[in-house]
Design a binder for this molecule. Sequence first.
Ligand code: ADP
Ligand code: MG
Length: 966
Amino acid sequence: MGGEKDEAQQQERREPNDSIRVICRFRPLNKAEEASRSKFIVGFPNNRGHEDQTVSIGGGDSNKPNSKGKVYLFDRVIKPNASQEKVYDIVAKDIVKDVLHGYNGTIFAYGQTSSGKTHTMEGKIGDPTWQGIIPRIVFDIFNHIYNMEESLEFHIKVSYFEIYMDKIRDLLDVSKVNLSVHEDKNRVPFVKGATERFVSSPEEVFEVIELGKNNRHIAVTNMNEHSSRSHSVFLIQLKQENIETQKKLLGKLYLVDLAGSEKVSKTGAEGTVLDEAKNINKSLSALGNVIAGLADGKSHVPYRDSKLTRILQESLGGNARTTIVICCSPASYNEAETKSTLDFGKRAKTIKNCVMVNEELTAEEWKRRWEKEKEKSTKLKAQLEKLEMELQRWRQGEKVDADEQVTVDMERSMVKAENMAASVSNELRDAWEKEREQLYVQLDEKDEEINQQSQLAEKLKEQMLEQEELIAATRRDYEILQSEMSRIQGENDAAKDEVKEVLQALEELALNYDQKSQEVENKCKENETLCEELNQKQSDVTSMQSDLQQMRDSSMLHKKRMNEMLVSLLSDLGEMGNVIGGSAGDINVKNCNDPNKIEEEFTMARLYVSKMKSEVRNLVQRCSTLEGFQGDCNRKIDDYERELSECRLLITQHEARMKTLQESMREVELRKRQLEEQVDSLTEEVARLKVAEGIVPSEGAVKEAIESQLETHRDLHQKQIAQLRQEINNKQLLIDDLKDQNQKLTLEHEQLRAEHEKLRSEESEKSTRLHELIMLNDRREQAHQDLKGLEETVVKELQTLHSLRKLFVQDLQARVKRSAAGEDDEILGGSVAQKQKISFLENNLDQLTKVHKQLVRDNADLRCELPKLEKRLRATMERVKALETALKEAKEGAMRDRKRYQYEVDRIKEAVRQKNLARRGHGAHIAKPIRTGPTSLLSRPGAMGMMGAAPASHSAIPTPEQLKIL
Ligand code: ADP
Ligand code: MG
């Protein structure tokens, strides 16, 4: 921080005659250098008073100030790890301020390829940490402007061009390929005709840079190589006007990324590349020469040796604050280049510039300056006189003492100029000066002419290229069409040949066909005669056939009958099946009507029969088991019956007992009644006796006797009664018991009876079933026997049928033989010639039939082939037609294309002409004034909009918005 402050102060204290600042930047070792184990050979010794200003190279221990190696001193040495921001602060910050105050400024980067020049000047545009000097300058300029007085109006314009092979190419207009350098009225060189873009925001500047870079990329194939061989120059011109005092200031800032400073040999260039390299080196060596000339204080500085040096004329020894950034690699591999770069910097450091504010001066200022100059000149004249006198003395052979010699404390260059002036007469000098001036003017004019010519040539070249391309395209199209046409022609020819062949084949076929048809006709005639004969034979055959038919009918009848029988049989069988088992027997009787299926059905029936057999067997088995079961049941029933009878006996016994008991009860009751009667009689007696007693007064004894008697009687009676009651009770108990038993028995009896009933019903059921089964079995057996009989009958019938057939065949054969015999008889009757004829005819017939067959086959084949051939013919015809139409279309297309190309060419020509006219028409640039002050800072987007809306207004009429804020 302290160092930077110092710098700023230094800047403030700068003299008008200012040295070029040289800042040395080292980049870190790059990957390639690290990979090749290159050593870091640079040291940054801390020389007292020169902190951050020295660098040593090639020393053993680079950190010791006393170690071997060359030490260089610069205005500032930037170490590899320094940030881009720091570099900007060191290199450019103050220059921006100077430019805003009307000074010229130049920053250029010098160094070998990949030493970090572009990294320093541009960096990564748009990246806040890695962006280089140019974008930072742009932001800084606008920030300063936004913070400046309101009364200032700025016009900023930028140009962007590159110098390659000593030709200036405008990067904002690709058609300007060879711009010339002229001098303005103050004899300051400038690039004439370079596109100048007025800009009003950083974004616009970046757009311009982007455009320039794109144009640069488009123009070349290998950008890396190209950028290392060309110098790119970005120029920012700041015009400033104080609308109150009308003071105008102009600051130009050149930002130059030079070509790689390495030697040609290192790049290994050859041929045209070598040429290029020489040219590039020429401009760089011209730069070196200029710097050397300036450093050595030579009178003639060869600015005019190259366009680069001419553009930088003001920056090198002229009116500009110039900073050179020498970029170096710290690797041992690049030691030589680094050293030469450092030497270049060392030399450049000695150059002194004369910096002035570019002000459009008022009359008073001019007067003041004139007075000053006049004073200076009188002073100089006096000095001159003194010096002349001294010279005189010297020339006269006098020796002038040292203390008598005139001392000149002015600049050496001035002295030299004076000396020159002394040696050469004033007129001569003036004349030379004038001539030189004229020559320079002429040179510039010629340059301009060359530029124009080259631009024209470029344009023409472009046009030519376009035309050539067009021609090539048309030629290509034409060739394609030609080839297409030839192809089509070839196809057409081939198709024609094919057609010819096909036609020939067809003709042959037609001939063949005619022959064959004639043959066929002949044969047909023969055939007809044969056919007649055949007809006769056929009538014979038909009669025989009718016989056959009759026989067939009879056989059919037989068959029908048989069928019917079979059908009935089968239906019987079916029924039987149904009887035997619903599931098993479902022969489809209806189908039996079909005689063809009879046999099938028959086998089915047999199957059913066998099934039935097995079923019957099962049934019989079941019957026997059931019989056994029945026996068991019967036995059981007997048992039960026996038991039942026993029970009955018991019941009768019990009943008898009950009867006796009832009788005894009745007896007892009877006795009871007797006894009661006795009691009643006795009571009557008692009553009588009582009455008698009443009659007989002394009757105590009687009374007693009676009483005792009564007593005894009563006792007896009571005893008897108790006895009887006891008896009755017992009897009652017995009766109850018996009743119970009886009930039980009756219940048992009933149960048994129910059981008996049940068993009986069961038995009856079983017996009925058995009966049924037996019946069924009987029926089945019968059916079986029927079936067997049927089978036998069928077999018999079949046999008869067979024999009938045999008979029929025999009959037929016999008949045939007979007929043949009849014929034979006839033949025998006829002559041998006839026989021969017949055999001949037969042979003939055979042959004819063969031939006929052959012909028919041939005919069929031909017929088959004919449509194929026809199809082929049609296809070829179609192909020919299609090809012809394609040919026609292609021709038409070609014609159309040709016309279109012609039209296009005309149009392009017209456009080019128009463009040329237009270009000559307007050349004026529209300035975009930028107003300073906080208002514009606050409402930047609005302010910019305003600028855009009134781009041509140089007058400073404030807008309503501004007025409001003001
Ligand atoms: P030149 O323009 O001199 O040919 P460049 O600026 O293109 O070289 O740099 C070459 C490479 O080295 C680039 O990739 C760049 O990013 C890198 N480089 C240069 N200087 C630095 C630096 N100071 N820090 C980091 N990388 C750097
Ligand atoms: Mg570069």
